[in-house]
Design a protein. Structure first.
Length: 153
């Protein structure tokens, strides 16, 4: 009789299909939540870096203006002024910062546009970046699709 009881007990050892499916579903839900949280944190980190980079460029521009009394042209000729990547200002700004920062995403750039032309010199600018999350503190967006920026004045 003992042999029959032990063979019957062996059939019931383990998990049922429903228990396995419930466990797999719970693990799947937890992984989805973790990936979503990671994605949000990653976007916030990129946006924080972008704002910090723009602030560094802004500081360099202000030091440039303190020395030269106006801002760099950034490729502007007279009243016609286009948006240029901040990296094109390297010859003007490298004496004020060691490296020109670049966007965390290689496919994006920071943009600069000189403004407020008076007697051949520019007395204002607009710097912009494309944030991954919306931000209500937009001051200028010189490039289409870019949603955050800073300017002077």
């Amino acid at each position: 009789m003992e042999g029959v009881a032990s063979s019957v007990m062996k059939k019931f050892i383990g998990f049922t299909l429903i228990e396995l499916l419930v466990s797999i579903s719970i693990i799947g839900i937890l992984v989805t939540i973790a990936l979503s949280a990671y994605s949000t944190i990653n976007k916030k980190t990129h946006d924080t870096k972008r704002k910090s980079d723009i602030e560094q460029v802004r500081s360099a521009l202000e030091m440039y203006r303190a020395d030269n009394k106006f801002y760099p042209t950034g490729g502007c000729t007279g009243a016609s002024c286009t948006n240029v990547a901040v990296s094109t200002l390297s010859s003007d700004l490298l004496s004020y910062m060691t490296t020109i920062p670049s966007d965390p995403k290689a496919s994006q750039s920071y943009w600069y546009r000189a403004t407020d032309l008076v007697s051949g010199n520019y007395y204002g600018y607009c710097l912009s970046a494309q944030l991954e999350q919306t931000d209500p503190t937009d001051l200028c967006t010189p490039n289409t699709g870019y949603n955050w920026g800073t300017k002077n004045p």
